[in-house]
Design a protein around this ligand. Structure first.
Ligand SMILES: C[S@@+](CC[C@H](N)C(=O)[O-])C[C@H]1O[C@@H](n2cnc3c(N)ncnc32)[C@H](O)[C@@H]1O
Length: 259
């Protein structure tokens, strides 16, 4: 069964969810997402480079340029995984920034900690296991919230957006980097053909785990459209909700401001 982004349960019925192309209960979806990232954690970084031919690095660098990290602020990177965004924030802001990395999955965080150790960053971060839908952080305690390639895995996207709004201080900024939908239907078809044919196969070759990469590809198609997500960021309370397409809409950066 193939569903369009506009008719996904994430858009219409939050109590019925998709795990890739399969319909599952909300609790099952969260469990399955934990299983996927448990399974891919140790090969996650190399697979990111293989799947995107390294382009994810350019997108992440672009996100950091928009954020303009600096010392003296509290940055929260949700679904932070193995640390790609948090480390970039640390590189730009220097030691004077407070950086909290939060993820549902302890295996991903553990790979992140090893990477932080190798970079000499281990003490510069606070590592938190937690769900984007109910962050274990106080209200109005964060200046900048980031979530990169995490939102499509979250069971109830609107809960995560509302919790992002809750933890941000007035004046705080929200950024979401995520796979999205291409502006040109023909290009989208070509991209779908590439990703469905190539990515699960590479997952099988490199990690011996085709199913997890099949899920990752399918979950991309289930993301709300750019306009729909923009609207939902507004509904969560943010002002100046906007987005920028990257690589013709393969990915997009959504942002908002807490007045
Ligand atoms: C594709 S990885 C992205 C990691 C990193 N942000 C990056 O850009 O490389 C997605 C991450 O989201 C995490 N995740 C999925 N659902 C989550 C949730 N509800 N709350 C927090 N983290 C979640 C997964 O455990 C995984 O580490």
């Amino acid at each position: 069964m193939t569903q369009n982004a506009s008719d996904t349960p994430n858009n219409k019925n939050p109590e019925s969810q998709w795990f890739g192309e399969k319909s599952v209960s909300p609790d099952q979806k969260t469990e399955k997402v934990i299983e996927v990232f448990d399974s891919v954690a140790d090969k996650y970084d190399i697979m990111n480079d293989v799947m995107s031919a390294g382009i994810h690095r350019l997108w992440k660098n672009h996100l950091i340029r928009k954020i303009k990290p600096r010392a003296g602020l509290h940055y929260l990177d949700v679904a932070g995984g193995t640390g790609d965004i948090a480390f970039r924030i640390r590189e730009k802001a220097g030691r004077g920034a407070k950086i909290t990395l939060c993820d549902l999955n302890t295996e991903m965080l553990s790979v992140g900690r090893d990477r932080a150790f190798n970079k000499g960053y281990l003490d510069d971060f606070e590592w938190v296991t937690g769900n984007a839908e109910a962050l274990p952080l106080p209200d109005e305690s964060v200046d900048v919230y980031t979530i990169a390639f995490g939102l499509r895995n979250v069971t109830r996207i609107d809960n995560a957006l509302k919790d992002a709004y809750r933890v941000l201080r007035p004046g705080g900024r929200f950024f979401c980097l995520e796979f999205s939908h291409m502006e040109e239907p023909v290009m989208q078809k070509l991209y779908d053909a590439y990703s469905f044919a190539f990515i699960p196969k590479m997952g099988e070759l490199i990690t011996n785990d085709r199913d997890s990469y099949q899920y990752l590809v399918e979950s991309i198609r289930k993301m709300p459209t750019q306009e729909s997500l923009k609207q939902r960021v507004t509904e969560a309370g943010f002002s100046r909700s906007s987005y920028e397409n990257l690589s013709f809409g393969i990915a997009a950066i959504h942002s908002g401001f807490k007045a």
